[in-house]
Design a protein around this ligand. Structure first.
Ligand SMILES: Cc1ncc(COP(=O)(O)O)c(C=O)c1O
Length: 392
């Protein structure tokens, strides 16, 4: 009989370690490091949120549990937003659940649609928490490469579908590449899901972060797609809300009970005070985010121009959304080794490409949402100097 011992589950042993906290520890050991690591914006919530939350009556029932799917007033304002902005027709075939962020929404989806050993298709580069979540529920991530501009390849997706496939995940605008998937491609992927009877999970955390003439497109707006399209949203980036933990999911009605079972078990309800804050933020509306977009675009253009000056060692497509570039380096060093040197010697932090499944070659994700104009000069300078000296 095997000897028993105390140890973590095999399931968790198989999950990659959380990179953000590893990089954060390195940053703490190197005070003064500028972080282009975590995917955050440099601004906080609208001032109206702060003012009005401070005025809420503390003796009221904000301390009690509320509805598992979110309070009616918040769900109603989100439904309006979905109709107007995303063109998602919130009819009786769809349900809406407010979550503690869209990572939780993704976990809810997996528990609702997939059994152990089912397959979920992710496009490489993928968002690491999606891959981690899939492992945690004992499902298999099937990783499909995108092209050199990080755009999906339909042929490759079709070839990766098996009888065990439960869903295809698209993240557009994309973390970590910044790619905005073309509307036509998203429509084709959605049609493929309909044909093969699998779900299309569309993560739209960066819906407002597009540049130039590029517009965001929500696959949930495709007519007759409500039976199999799941759309995930977040206030974290748009409203500088990361730690208030509010996101939401649009799901086919037939998944409502399963999603609520999951959410009731590990959340019970989204934090009530955060839901009140979310109502105010959504009343302020997406114009709030738009105010900051010009500045983010300014930093993006500057970063791209500086990266071009070292294109003998570093290349990246000029992607049109989110606030990331996934850069490819001409070096034999691993991305972890480069990250380590960048933090220790040049006090600039980025995320290694392996985290996003980029194992073939050396890639780094550079997140520029956290840089205001003032910090951008020095941050970009450190990155470019560091890469030049480390690689040449
Ligand atoms: C693609 C994507 N989805 C979801 C999330 C998580 O968002 P939330 O804070 O709402 O859980 C992130 C955060 O970086 C993300 O990049």
């Amino acid at each position: 009989m095997p000897i028993k011992s105390f140890n973590a589950s095999q399931r968790m042993e198989n999950v990659q370690p959380p990179i953000i906290s590893i990089v954060s520890d390195l940053i703490k050991k190197n005070p003064g490091t500028i972080s282009l690591g975590q995917g955050v914006v440099y601004y906080g919530p609208p001032q109206r949120v702060i003012n009005e939350i401070n005025k809420l009556n503390p003796s009221s029932d904000y301390h009690a549990y509320s509805e598992v799917e979110g309070i009616p007033k918040l769900r109603s304002i989100i439904s309006k937003k979905l109709r107007h902005e995303n063109k998602i027709n919130m009819n009786e075939k769809y349900d809406l659940v407010v979550t503690a962020g869209s990572n939780m929404a993704f976990m809810n989806v997996l528990l609702a649609i997939a059994d152990p050993s089912d397959e979920i298709i992710l496009l490489r580069p993928y968002y690491f928490n999606h891959e981690m979540a899939i492992n945690m529920v004992n499902c298999k991530s099937v990783i499909v490469d995108t092209d050199s501009d990080y755009q999906p390849n339909l042929e490759k997706i079709i070839n990766s579908i098996t009888p065990k496939t439960k869903a295809i995940v698209t993240v557009s605008p994309n973390n970590p590449s910044g790619a905005v998937y073309k509307k036509k491609m998203l429509e084709k992927i959605n049609a493929l899901c309909k044909e093969k009877k699998i779900y299309h999970i569309s993560d739209e955390a960066y819906e407002y972060f597009t540049f130039g003439e590029i517009n965001h497109f929500s696959p949930g707006s495709i007519p007759d797609s409500s039976d199999y399209t799941i759309s995930l949203y977040s206030l974290s980036k748009a409203y500088g809300f990361a730690s208030w933990r509010i996101g939401y999911m649009v799901i086919p009605k037939h998944l409502s009970l399963s999603v609520k079972k999951a959410q009731d078990t590990y959340l019970i309800c989204p934090t009530r005070i955060s839901q009140e804050a979310a109502i105010i933020a959504l009343e302020v509306g997406s114009e709030y985010t738009n105010e900051f977009l010009n500045r983010i675009e300014y930093v993006r253009n500057k970063l791209y121009a500086e990266l071009k000056t070292i294109n003998n060692i570093c290349t990246t497509p000029l992607t049109m959304g989110a606030f990331y570039f996934l850069i490819k380096l001409k070096t034999e060093l691993t991305s972890i080794e480069i990250v380590d040197k960048l933090i220790n010697k040049y006090k600039i932090a980025v995320i290694p490409g392996e985290t996003f499944g980029m194992n073939n070659g050396c890639y780094l994700r550079v997140g520029y949402g956290s840089l205001d104009k003032k910090m951008s000069d020095i941050g970009i300078q450190r990155l470019v100097k560091g890469l030049k000296e480390i690689i040449s």
